[in-house]
Design a protein around this ligand. Structure first.
Ligand code: SAH
Length: 241
């Protein structure tokens, strides 16, 4: 019986994996990876007999069941199974669900952290998430609703100085509406960081008032991280790309 390593791949740039993650990736007998994981990183699994891409767009819950089943099956077949996931496995990555499935099946696992896009994307845009003058709290939240559930971001906008939204591009208008309902000024700066840390990175900025229009003009598409709050202004001074 093998062991499953749930490894954070980082946000996009293959060099942003941890040394611990890379070391185990090099020893992997099989790698099971997602849509947002860099192919260059997968190529570093020099020992792998199988590279399995699990990024197809079948129903999300169906796909997760399939992945859980596959992890168990491969752990019975190989010594070192690497499950390579975008960003950090425990930040909107369903890493927790995979651990549950492995635990229930009696399979040993280890989780290796990754650099989350929630942290790296703002950094690569020159936006510090905290700043002594503007922001002492950050909320990371998801920007679309789960099947059958209402999206409520008002609480997030009321309670944190900086709000980082993942998976929010297709729902931007609704997110902006809720930010206004929560009482944020229409002048609140907003940044959208698309394909952060890759060669295709783009940053689109605006305010609550015009960001929806700006995003349409620029044809913003996923994956992107959206940052709301006064820290976004720091980009003018700190952008380094
Ligand atoms: N576990 C991942 C998040 C997975 S959810 C993490 O910690 O980063 C997928 C969402 O992450 C995308 O919809 C997008 O909002 C964000 N994301 C992942 N990679 C990104 C990148 N390179 N640039 C911008 N956003 C990214």
């Amino acid at each position: 019986m093998g062991k499953v390593y749930i490894v954070g791949a980082g946000p996009g740039d293959p060099e942003l994996i941890t040394l611990k993650g890379l070391n185990i990736l090099r020893k992997a007998d099989v790698v099971i990876y997602d849509r947002l994981v860099s192919e260059d990183l997968v190529a570093m699994a020099v020992n792998a007999k199988e590279l399995i891409y699990m990024g197809k767009h079948v129903g999300e819950s169906e796909r997760q069941k399939e992945i859980n089943k596959l992890l168990i099956e491969k752990a019975r077949q190989y010594e070192v199974v690497v499950r390579l996931k975008n960003g950090d496995p425990f930040v909107f990555g369903r890493g927790g669900e995979e651990c549950e499935a492995l635990r229930d099946a009696g399979i040993e696992y280890e989780v290796i952290p990754g650099i989350s896009s929630a942290l790296a994307a703002p950094l690569y845009a020159g936006i510090p998430l905290t700043h002594r003058n503007f922001s002492s709290s950050v909320t990371i939240t998801v920007g679309h609703r789960k099947e059958g559930k209402e999206l409520d971001l008002k609480r997030a906008f009321r309670s944190a100085d900086t709000v980082v939204v993942l998976m929010g591009v297709s729902n931007l208008a609704e997110i902006v509406k809720q930010a206004m309902e929560a009482g944020l000024s229409t002048k609140t700066p907003v940044a959208i960081i698309e394909r952060a840390t890759t060669r295709e990175q783009r940053v689109i900025t605006g305010t609550l008032e015009d960001i929806v229009k700006r995003a349409e003009e620029e044809k913003v598409s996923p994956p992107a991280v959206i940052v709301f709050g006064n820290v976004v202004r720091m980009r003018e001074k700190l952008r380094w790309i």
